[in-house]
Design a protein around this ligand. Structure first.
Ligand code: CDP
Length: 224
């Protein structure tokens, strides 16, 4: 089988991993895979269908009959849910609040991980970012990173990002969302957010996107 070069970037909300992962992928000519967008798209479908979020079986069944595609356009990542562009909608607060419930289910994750592995393996090189890439999805990835920053910095980054996109959400709401999501993601039984033993940790609190990107690229080069 062809050897695919894979870069795994994990970390909590607002650690800067999406921006950095996309930039690294762009500069290396690799495919960019935002795995959070996949869980968000599925959550959006559950909301649209009025599913009961307490009904695990229904959520797992939904993950089996859902088609999710990612397309990296020049400006931003496009996310298609059953062929419809939902790139903007998946960033809604309601999705942010509910995605952790969907993402905590083993049956859902099994299906989503299959999709992520297929996407990664059929590329010639890919940067995948999420919570469990280095630990579960591609534990044998050639390059692994764990990005983090202080809670205040991460919440502020998320606030600025959503404000720029025109979402009218207060900093308090964002803090609340980031805090509860971190907690659920880190303490869930299946694929919790944690640093893979062999991942390189980068504290991005006082770093610009360009600085983090350069550091990641430099490490990747030196590991080749
Ligand atoms: O961009 P942000 O950090 O806010 O989150 P995201 O990457 O869009 O992921 C949204 C949620 O999906 C996370 O809070 C996790 O609950 C879940 N997720 C996951 O469980 N595993 C992944 N590999 C990626 C995301």
């Amino acid at each position: 089988m062809k050897k695919v070069s894979l870069i795994a970037i994990d970390g909590p909300a607002g650690s800067g991993k999406s921006t950095v992962a996309r930039e690294v992928a762009k500069r290396l000519g690799f495919l960019y895979i935002d795995t959070g967008a996949i869980y968000r798209a599925l959550t959006l479908k559950a909301i649209n269908e009025g599913l009961d979020f307490g009904d695990k079986e229904a959520l797992i069944a939904l993950s089996q009959r859902t088609d999710i595609e990612l397309e990296d356009s020049s400006d931003f990542l496009k996310v298609y849910l059953d062929k419809k562009d939902v790139s903007e909608k998946i960033r809604m607060m309601e999705v942010s609040r509910k995605v952790k419930i969907v993402a905590a289910l083993k049956g859902v994750r099994d299906n989503m991980v299959k999709l992520q592995r297929r996407l990664g393996r059929t590329s010639s090189g890919a940067v995948l970012e999420g919570r469990d890439i280095g630990t579960v999805v591609f534990p044998d990835a050639a390059h692994k990173f764990y990005l983090d920053a202080t809670f205040e910095t991460r919440a502020k980054r998320r606030f600025d990002e959503l404000k720029k996109k025109g979402f009218g959400i207060s900093l308090e709401e964002i803090k609340n969302d980031v805090e509860t999501r971190d907690k659920t993601d880190m303490t869930r039984k299946v694929a919790p957010l944690k640093k893979a033993k062999d991942a390189i940790a980068i504290d991005t609190t006082n770093m610009t996107v360009e600085e983090v990107t350069k550091k990641v690229l430099w490490i990747v080069k030196s590991q080749r």
